[in-house]
Design a protein around this ligand. Structure first.
Ligand code: GLU
Length: 432
């Protein structure tokens, strides 16, 4: 989508946030050293036999940022802009976010540089299987557990899980999360990221004594997380006035119905064999159509960013008129823009808290797979809500007590937990 794609600086930009945290929480020197770079980066070639008989080789990566708190955890992205820098940054954010919500996981991420929408369904399946063959040696329920991310979903996870089982000569469902329920996936996983973001927004709104009916929301992106967030927020009474995707924005002051938009998208889909729903939100009828990036500068109460990283940056932060920002995507606000928003007193509900619903339910999936249990959707949603209430309140209270932004508070909470664990593992001068 929009934004400066300065991936060469994405990682530096992301970890620049660490320095301030290290000073504020007086982290032991070992943790500082450990957390400035990933612990393992693997680059693989992903060969795919195309339908026309030719062979194409796509570059892929898997990065394990830190595994102090547990096995690496994080999604796999298929996108033409994927590169090592981006995967490393995303793995760093996974490490922070798992710690913020107290999951027994480190952070990891994977990606393949490919435009999946140019592939047939069978080519996509071969790509998914080939990628797993490339990274299988560093995977496993106690080592590194992939999941869906941009342009990968339950269908793709099902193929990957099947490939891993073949390689392991065993059934190892806990090696991958976000699978279809028939293959050991968890109920509630598909909607989890959107549901989690809504919990965080709700908790914040409650503290601010702000009613859903009086709150307008614009959403950048209409992928899986955005759709479920929009659907649930609409149900709760929030007024979704605008939604955008890579092709444009639709706007209605009276409010949009996310299910009606999805239905029109689905109806129109040429669809890549049911793997992706690909048509634009712009096919929706009876709505005002705006340019894609116009959404970012709308005067709304909440701007929910659910597309890609670095969407609000130095070049457009001045034009942001929203009352608050909700980060459903990973890293949608650059650190420079974040500082500007902080100075202007615009609250940002940060990614490392607001989009943890997905990985929390991935954790529930992993627990169910390891114990051979199957929990109901009701049970999953209850546990998700409980964890998010507990961890969000800690972040909000810390922000208030230390008069810092929610992001700074969340980073302090997460990094403190990882740093503590690094110290407790011993081998450092003043460990007890
Ligand atoms: N890709 C998602 C994220 O960025 C989910 C990761 C997971 O479930 O492991 O949080």
């Amino acid at each position: 989508m929009s934004g400066q794609k300065d991936h060469a600086n994405l990682f530096d930009d992301a970890r620049s946030r660490l320095e301030e945290v290290f000073d504020a929480i007086e982290v032991h020197g070992d943790a500082r050293e450990r957390l400035m770079q990933p612990s393992l980066s693997l680059q693989v070639s992903v060969p795919v036999r195309m339908d026309d008989g030719s062979l194409k080789v796509f570059p892929g990566w898997r990065v394990q940022y830190n595994t102090t708190l547990g096995p690496a955890k994080g999604g796999i992205r298929f996108h033409p802009d994927v590169n090592q820098e981006e995967v490393t940054t995303l793995s760093f954010w996974m490490a922070v976010k798992c710690a913020v919500v107290d999951l027994p996981y480190g952070g990891g991420k994977g990606g393949v540089k490919v435009d999946p929408k140019q592939l047939s369904k069978l080519e996509l399946e071969r790509l998914a299987r080939s990628y797993i063959r490339g990274i299988a040696d560093i995977m496993g329920p106690d080592r590194d557990i992939p999941a869906p991310d941009v342009n990968t979903n339950a269908t793709v996870m099902g193929w990957m899980a099947d490939e891993f089982d073949h390689l392991a000569r065993a059934k190892v469902p806990a090696a991958i999360t976000g699978k279809p329920p028939e293959l050991g996936g968890s109920h509630g996983r598909v909607a989890a990221t959107g549901r989690g973001a809504l919990h965080v927004l709700d908790l914040w709104a409650e503290r601010e004594k702000r009613k859903p009916e009086e709150t307008t929301v614009a959403i950048q992106g209409f992928g899986n997380a955005a759709y479920h967030f929009a659907r649930l927020a609409h149900e709760q009474g929030f007024r979704i006035v605008a939604v955008s995707d890579s092709k444009g924005t639709i706007y209605s002051q009276e409010g949009l119905d996310p299910d009606a938009i999805m239905e029109q998208k689905q109806r129109n889909k040429r669809l890549h064999d049911m793997v992706y729903c690909d048509d634009s939100v712009c096919i929706a009828e009876d709505v005002e159509k705006l340019d894609r990036d116009d959404l970012l500068t709308l005067e709304v109460d909440v701007l929910a960013l659910a597309a890609l990283e670095n969407q609000v940056h130095e070049g457009n932060v001045d034009q942001i008129k929203a009352g608050a920002l909700l980060e459903i995507a990973n890293g949608p606000v650059s650190s420079h823009a974040d500082e500007q928003l902080e100075e202007r007193g615009v609250p940002v509900l940060p990614d490392v808290l607001a989009n943890t619903g997905g990985v929390i339910v991935s954790y529930f999936e992993w627990l169910q797979n390891r114990s051979g249990e199957r929990w109901s959707e009701e049970e999953i949603n209850k546990r998700l809500a409980e964890r998010l209430v507990r961890e969000s309140e800690l972040v909000f209270e810390r922000a208030e007590k230390e008069t810092i932004s929610y992001r700074r508070a969340a980073y302090r909470q997460g990094i403190e937990r990882i740093a503590h664990a690094i110290q407790l593992r011993g081998n450092c001068q003043d460990s007890e």
